[in-house]
Design a protein around this ligand. Sequence first.
Ligand code: N01
Length: 735
Amino acid sequence: MGHCFALVPLAGCIGQEDLWRLWRLACLDLYHVNWLRSIVARDGQRMLCWYEAPDAESVRFVLRQQGLAGAAVYSGRLADDTRNCAIGDAQVVVECRLDNAGDEAARALAQAAVVDALAAAGYPPGQVFTASGALVRLVAGDDAAGVSACLRNHDLAPGAVWYGRELDPRPPTLFEPAADTRTSPPGSDTLTLRSESRATGQQTADATCDAAIIGAGLSGICALERMLRMGLRVRLYEAGSDVGGVWHWNRYPGARIDSESYTYGFSFQRELLRDWQWRELFAAQPEMEQYLRFVVDRLGLRQHMRFDTRVASAHYDESAQCWRLQCADGEQVTARYLIAATGSLDAAQLPDYPGRDTFAGASCHTARWPAGGVDLAGRRVGVIGTGASGVQVIQAIASQVRQLTVFQRTPSYCIPQRNRSLTDADRLRIERDWDDILASCRASFAGFIHDFDPTPGLTLPRQAREDRFERLWQTPGFAFWLGNYGDLLMNDDVNEHACEFLRRKIRERVHDGETARRLLPDHPFGAKRVPLENGYYETYNRPNVRLVDLRETPIRQITPAGVLTTGEEHLLDVLIYATGFDAGTGALARIDVRGEGGQRLSERWREGPRTFLGLLVAGFPNLFIVNGPHNAAALCNAGRCIEQNVDWIAGCIEHLRERGCRSIAPSATAEAQWTRHVEDVADATVLSRMKHSWFYGGNTPGKPQRVGIYAGGARQFHEQCEAVAMAGYAGCILG
Ligand code: N01
């Protein structure tokens, strides 16, 4: 990492809040840029900023990202005391452009001349920054006119002399210090409540516990293990008949993970890695489900779980500061903490086509695939939807069925997964390098072994990009997406080059020109989560596969015999809906969750999700959401991000217990700030150019198009969560 400073022309006065907004827009993390310091001119015409960055080009990209044109960026070593400044201090900034850019001796002379002239006039010593091309000298105070006159008297002609104030570029730990509203003295927060009488009178025991967890997927298992380790009494409720979450429900043929398997598994016990033999680089659904069962059995977690039990409601009891849950089978439980491990992608979404229920054949959604499977062999099968689920099921079943008709509304950019079996040598290497693997996932943008290259792709010759694209395309997993240039997410030119590359690959692989044309996406690459494929495009070369473009011939209705489009009726025996999810908020909003004052969560999120760090919600004390809306986990290797979420929640509960507090909830202000930050970050990326995806909720009829994921990356997300915790849960109200 080097150092840079930038002289930035501004269009008008900006204040502290504006600077923080610029920070949020910058996606600094993508470019590995650390914005150290800023002085903003009092007249609003200029700004001087310092950065730690890989190179000046990365800083230029950050500035462009912020909509700041015309900045001059210089690289050069900054003095160790660059950060030594007091926010609000007045500083005179002397800018001198140096013509003899590469000449160090000339630079030293120029520096000495400016320093000596100011010293002779009695100005106190101050910081000087030189780089090839520019010199900046700071003088404490606001005497810009005096400094300017002094330099002119010595025949020195500075480029500009102005005065401004030190502002803090980095938003504070985001939020105000935690407020402690506790009235009772610190002490044990063990819940001692009487069991409630139940209306249903069923023979299930009412329970009182410290934490209730909803969901036995990756998040729920992780949270359960952690809460038990902390010594809490925990109960977990799961609507399905066994553990697995998405890996339980999405049993469709071809379902497969998109993170390298071994990076997805739990990291809290090394023995789990040692004793589980991952079979494939990207495990298929059965292996994932087996792995989660192995973990649960190994750790003895089942005894704390109740299956086939859907939580119908969860109401916060303000006087007792606890949650009261009612299950669909009548069981009630009272818990201090409610951990919603309901997942981002649980609420399966069926399109509301007329006649949907009249279909005479078998039909199902990929995310509610029957445990006994669906008989597809030799049958006429239709698949609606070509997102990640559709792509996987289509490529898996094409060779089994008599006729496969794919109903596509929006084509996806699919990249090769290049799955393979893992060998003993692979497993040994993984075990040996495990700590490094985890560390590199933790340090990456999205928790994967792939990480964005901070070099802006736009600065490179087209052929160099092309060569890199080809190498990445040949690499397994998300290398082409998450191991690509960081500006792919923001820069239209680089993004369009990647799109062209991928469209060319599609044309090369699909023999029929017309089919290939229909498979070409026209949205920016990465605006949706990218499906990984294993022979998906070649599937369309099979004589029994037909692609129907719903943009040309939309579906009119489902008939008893199949699907009627404006073009024709497609006769089917089986109809598969791969139509996605009411993502982020959907799973939780389907439970009757009520917070303070009886307000419903579904109502609170009616205009879009509002959260604090994607983990807490104002007015819903002690409700912790794992991998929910506004969380980095949706763009992440879920295994890695879910563990981070659970660590944070565990740390928060420990903090409450140590202080004898019984509740925590974010302030409305902190929640609004985080929500705004999430929206700002997404707006700065290509994600905002495709608002009909599940990232924006636009795939769900009637749902407002508001971003539901955190696009700033897992690294930045973790840092912000950490900062809040370190500041004593800043932004939160403790009771
Ligand atoms: O859902 P999607 P998904 N008529 O929303 C189409 C994860 N995942 O289940 O784009 C016709 O992406 C819709 O078309 P359009 C992963 O995070 C991971 O495939 O709205 N079509 C789209 O083509 C992923 O991003 C893996 O125009 C309709 C498709 O259905 C997320 O889950 C595997 C329609 C839905 O695509 C969701 O993926 C699978 C209608 N009325 C999933 N409504 C792994 O590899 C919707 N569509 C780990």
